[in-house]
Design a protein around this ligand. Structure first.
Ligand code: HEC
Length: 101
């Protein structure tokens, strides 16, 4: 029984709040974002392309999040995570920035 209750209480604690479990955001980035950003698919800024990222990083997390929400060029709105909330997308941008090489 304990095995069932522990994950359940985790979901209840974090599931419906603006505080997202890191694992959930990591999964969103893996599933929706890295497909393009790992390989530079469709002209996406690659994770190791520091020169490409520099001006984007300079604009700040909020501005970059706005770009992702509305989409730009070859990046579809919400970076293809259509079920994501704006808060989740902002957290996804933060995770992506942490992963930049
Ligand atoms: C279909 C490919 C594709 C997917 C999927 C994708 N991106 Fe992008 N992304 C791009 C491209 C292309 C650009 C460059 C847009 C431009 O500047 O013209 C970009 C740019 C960005 C930028 C820089 C924005 C700025 O203001 O310059 C961020 C941050 C970003 N993506 C994050 C994400 C996140 C987070 C996800 C997942 C939720 C995601 N991307 C999914 C292709 C993609």
């Amino acid at each position: 029984m304990k095995k069932i209750i522990a994950p359940l209480s985790f979901v209840l604690l974090f599931g419906s709040h603006a505080v997202f479990a890191d694992a959930e955001i990591e999964a969103i980035v893996d599933r929706h974002c890295q497909a393009c950003h790992d390989s530079g698919l469709a002209g996406a800024p690659k994770m190791d392309d520091a020169d490409n990222w520099a001006p984007r990083l300079a604009s700040g997390i909020d501005a970059m999040t706005q770009t992702v929400i509305s989409g730009k060029g070859a990046m579809p709105p919400k970076g293809t995570c259509f079920s994501c909330t704006d808060e989740q997308l902002k957290a996804a941008v933060e995770v992506m920035v942490q992963r930049l090489k």
